[in-house]
Design a binder for this molecule. Structure first.
Ligand code: NAD
Ligand code: MG
Length: 384
């Protein structure tokens, strides 16, 4: 029996992970499940899978969670300290699927116990890549990528000589507004931005796909995780979302990872690694698909990509600033305070106005400081 913990169990990635666990009930013992406001879902899953503990991130919901778990034998807990405690309970495999920089501290805590961390939370690598990797190395922990593009690269590199890698190509669907006239982008609604053409994901990452902030985070994530030079990482718009990434080698060969847009593939690969096991994902009929298209992203449509390049060149805590500015701008877009295109304008201003010297050792505390400063700055810009 493998002991499994899922951080962010009630979300899109968390639920897909649970779907795979449920299909092989004898193989796994669930240690901890964590969630946020969806207490009913958290309690239902924790009871069904006999978790030791269920944790809500919100201390104000502890009594609700206790009531929902009453008589089940599952312990209820709440708040930041309880999330860290859940991440440090001995487990063989921990899914990091909290959305946002909130996933950083629990993910680090999990690495501190020397476990295998399946990493969906790209924000951890964007804000604190060197810290994540150093913590894993210090404790003999392993990080397995779950972001579909990074899982694809990881799989394309199996058995390869890393020194032979020339470039990595990450694909992007182009998001909800790929074909919208540029002039209309300022007026798109939150509901429109929350509909992804190919992938079924949480709301925040779906809007980030429309703005390509998701891809911007992913090129930084790839640089950190695979230790790549930033100019080796390319982005191509690929509307079919069938090729997830390609790795180009020094002999001219490119290894492409091709598959259905279903996160259960990448999650399952990380769950079964280093083996492959049958997964309930659709098998592609390439003849039915017929054509695969690729194009360079339009910098005017997707300014987030150039901002990511700026972040990779600046290094230091600029990833923490970039992510925090993006998260806060996204909050303001979702609340209706700013329009869609204002998000990238605000993030650019945050990088340029507070991102001077951001060097210094990256720690949980330093990331927290830059994060806080940046959110305040975004709030001031929005209020002005
Ligand atoms: P989601 O919004 O569906 O779920 C987020 C989870 O995090 C929920 O369980 C929620 O309760 C929890 N959460 C939210 N705020 C929290 C906080 N402050 N503290 C503790 N827990 C909190 O998100 P998702 O789409 O599942 O994405 C999760 C992560 O995986 C993100 O980092 C995302 O970028 C990454 N990812 C998602 C997909 C996808 O297909 N959904 C694909 C690749 C990568
Ligand atoms: Mg991705």
């Amino acid at each position: 029996m493998r002991r499994i913990t899922i951080l962010g169990a009630t979300g899109s990635i968390g639920q897909s992970t649970l779907d795979l666990i449920r299909r092989a009930p004898g193989d796994y013992a669930v240690v901890a499940l964590t969630g946020g406001q969806n207490i009913a879902q958290l309690a239902r899953d924790a009871c069904e899978l006999r978790a030791e503990v269920a944790v809500t991130a919100d201390p104000a919901r502890l009594n609700d969670l206790r009531a929902a778990l009453d008589g089940s034998g599952v312990r209820a807990a709440a708040g930041e300290a309880a999330l860290i405690e859940a991440a440090t309970m001995p487990a063989d495999w921990i899914m990091s699927a909290i959305v946002g920089v909130a996933g950083l501290a629990p993910g680090l805590a999990a690495l501190g116990q020397g476990t295998t961390l399946a990493l969906a939370n790209k924000e951890s690598l964007v804000t604190a890549g060197p810290l994540m990797l150093a913590t894993a190395a210090a404790h003999g922990a392993r990080i397995l990528p779950v972001d579909s593009e990074h899982s694809a690269i990881f799989q394309a590199l199996v058995g390869e000589d890393r020194a032979a890698v020339e470039r990595v190509v990450i694909t992007a669907s182009g998001g909800a507004f790929r074909d919208r006239p540029l002039a209309e982008l300022a007026h798109v609604t939150v509901a429109e931005a929350s509909k992804h053409p190919n992938w079924d994901m949480g709301q925040r990452i779906t809007i980030d796909s429309a703005s390509m902030f998701n891809k911007a985070l992913e090129i930084i994530e790839a640089k950190e995780f695979f230790d790549l030079e930033s100019d080796c990482i390319e982005v191509l718009v690929h509307p079919q979302s069938t090729v997830h990434a390609l790795v180009g080698f020094n002999d001219g060969a490119m290894m492409a990872h091709v598959g259905a847009p279903d996160m259960r593939h990448a999650i399952g690969y990380a769950l079964n690694w280093p083996h492959r096991r049958a997964l309930p994902v659709a098998r592609l009929d390439l003849a039915a698909i017929g054509t695969l298209d690729f194009a360079h992203p339009d910098p005017a449509r997707y300014p987030a990509l150039a901002l990511a390049r700026q972040v990779m060149a600046a290094g230091g805590h600029s990833g923490a600033i970039f992510n925090a500015a993006k998260e806060r701008a996204l909050d303001h877009f979702i609340s209706g305070h700013i329009n869609f295109t204002a998000m990238s304008t605000l993030v650019a201003r945050a990088l340029n106005e507070i991102g001077g010297d951001t060097s210094g050792e990256i720690t949980l505390e330093s990331v927290g400081r830059w994060d806080h400063l940046t959110r305040q700055h975004i709030d001031r810009l929005v209020a002005a």
